[in-house]
Design a protein around this ligand. Sequence first.
Ligand SMILES: [Zn+2]
Length: 260
Amino acid sequence: MIVDFHTHAFPDSIADRAMTQLQHEGKITAALDGHVSSLLKSMDICGIERAVVVSIATKPDQFASILKWSGSIRTERLIPFPSIHPTDPAALAHIDEISRAGFKGIKLHPYYQDFVVDDPALDSIYRRITERGLLLLVHTGFDFAFPRRRIADPIRIRRVVDRHPDLKFVATHLGAWADWSEVRQWLIGRPIYLELSFSLQYMTPELAFALLTEHPAEYLLFGTDSPWVGQAETLAHVRALHLPAEREAALLGGNAQRLL
Ligand SMILES: [Zn+2]
């Protein structure tokens, strides 16, 4: 079974507008149109059984609408991760609400939410996410749509997981986008989930192979960041690496099935 651990979609009423704006801001052409129906169609074409659909609350007051929409798209195949905003005064109560509603995880994005990943101000949030047994998927590394700031880089991620050893931390983009030598130094070999979306096309196959074979197999996750990148394209990138079969199977879906 193949599981895409990192996708985005938008409510039909805002998808077209949101995608136009985000493509313009990021100077990127998306592979899909941001509608849930298109994601499902792409999954069918690629043989992807399930997808984690992550949302980002760019303001505290988006919590409720994201939670509601996440509930409305949840199926056997789509596993939504709602979001809280780190400055939300009700953040802890909202984490409880996400947990009570049966969701499996939460997404945070240091650039869109303007925080530094190892800021002690977030410790109570990380603690509550750990206590509720939720997964935490965080945008890590630089972001192509923003000026480069070291707010979610590997040494900071390492500090977070060292302070919260039971937190199931999923670092996206193979640990930290465009900062892979630091990933090797600080994260490889540690109990941190590395999801590989938006990374293989930015590095040599040799580096990709090294990172994906040096890290513990049970901590690797397949993701695409669809609609920004095509699912078929990312799947082809992974298969072209010819990873050991057992490792590839764990990465493509085995680990995700266990976590979800
Ligand atoms: Zn993403």
